[in-house]
Structure formats: structure tokens, C-alpha cells
Design a protein around this ligand. Sequence first.
Ligand SMILES: [Cu+2]
Length: 297
Amino acid sequence: MKKTLYFMKKTDNSINNTLNLTIKPKTMKKTLIALSALTLIFSSCKEEEPLTPKTTDTSTDVNFVFKQYYDGYEVTAADFGAKQFLNAKGTSHTISKLQYLISDITLHKTDGSEVNLGGYNLIDVSQPLSRFYTPAVQIPEGSYSGVSVTFGFDGNDNKDGAYTDLNAASWSWPMMIGGGYHFMKFEGMFLDNTSTMKGFAYHNGTASKMNPNGTRTAEENHFRVRLWDANGGFQVKSGERMTIDINMNIAEWFKNPILWDLDQYHMMLMPNYTAQKMINQNGRSVLSLGNVTSPTN
Ligand SMILES: [Cu+2]
């Protein structure tokens, strides 16, 4: 998966270098062992030279766990359609569906370098296993300050029909309103201002505007967030399987900076440019870095 993000562009080369070095060590180790054996057999006078720099010699697996909260309360599928939540505006609502897409996860080292793990994960709270994600890339040892992620897909990745698993998950975003894929489906019922229960479908994806001539202009609507470790950073050590929690506070979708009014915005939000931009604004405070666990953290 290519990354195109504006603020990451400058460091693309360094990321690729880091990745290349981290993918290789397993093969390099074997080569090293073979070479050392040969060295021992055939030459006893040559000075030993390290073939790999020490810092890239080791790497480890990282697992992400996506957790969902409503302020302090952890939301699970068991709450769907059952538990009443009260949003910032004071509207009572239930949740029946929560699915969202995260892509291009990047780990930030304290020395300023970055390790891009690429890929994407569609989280569906009704399918608990989808909350676990292990990128294909191993991460090098070192000291890290946090993580950044893209909510949804950036322009490069948001290609119509490009991902079979997402196609199968009915995750496409209609061509008429910009195409690509959904970034989120968040649904439930709410008690409207006439005390009637109504459905809401808070869906997010490409924003599109109706032009005076009836055509529509689409606008990228993903956002990238930097999530800092609350404890000032964490250490990655070789062979120690890491777990990093990425938490979503669902309540934030209705709260900050725009106080969301479900009476006004509850249905037909997908073609609604204003609603899509509002969701984009409110989304920026929704994710945070939770527990980072490993045998040493
Ligand atoms: Cu939708």
C-alpha cells in the first residue's frame, strides 16, 4: 500500500529504508551463520566484520487491538440495540452497528524516524476478532513515542473495487458521490425532539458537493491522526510480542468541536457535504493510544 500523505512525503525514503532493513534480518541471519562457518573453516587470520548494523539486526511483531468506548464505558456487541447512551447534546440513543476502516498505521520513533506498517483493517464491533490486527511488517527495536493512523483511505488507496474483502463487506461508497469505500458506518436509534424513536445512519466517506449544473464534485475526506503514548513512550525489544491498543471514544463523534444534533443530521448523510465535513472535524479527537503492553512495558 502506497502512502501519499502530505506530511509524510518528506520521510518516505527513510521509511522505505527502515522497512527494507527490517524485513531482511531473518534471511541475513542465515547468511551470517553460513558466512561465519565458512570464515571459521577457511580463514583464521581475517578480522571479523559485521555484515549488518546492530540496530537493524532485531525486530518484533506488533499486534493492534481496537477498543471502543462511550466516554468511560467499554462498548461491545452485547450493548447493541440494548444499552441507551446519552450524547453531548442530551439525546438518548442506541447503537446497532459500528464499523470503521483504519489504514497506513505508522510507528514513530523518539529519534524522529518512522516505520510505516501499511495495510488496512476494517473493524466491525459485532465481529470481535476484527478488532485484532497484526501488520505483515515487523518493527525494529528501539524507543517509540507513538502511532499515527489514517481514518479511512487516503486518495491513493481509496480506489473503487480495489479490495475484494471490502467489496464483500458491502463497504463501497457509491460512485455518484465520489466512489471508493466507506470509512465508517455507525448506526442506531435515537429519541427525537418529538419523543419518537428514529433511526440514524452516521456514515462517513468521500465528501461531495452538488454543482449548479447538477454534477457533483468529490473531495477527499480522510484524516490522519497522531496518537501519543500517554506514558511518554515505549520500548520495542527483539522477540517480545507487543500489543498496542487503539481506542475509539464513540461519544466524541457527537461532541467535539461540533455539538452534533441528531434531529438535524441522522439520515442521508452520505451525499450531504456539510455532514461529511462535520464528521471529518469531529473524528479528529475520537482515537487515542491505549495500553501498550509487552514483557518490558
Ligand atoms: Cu453508507
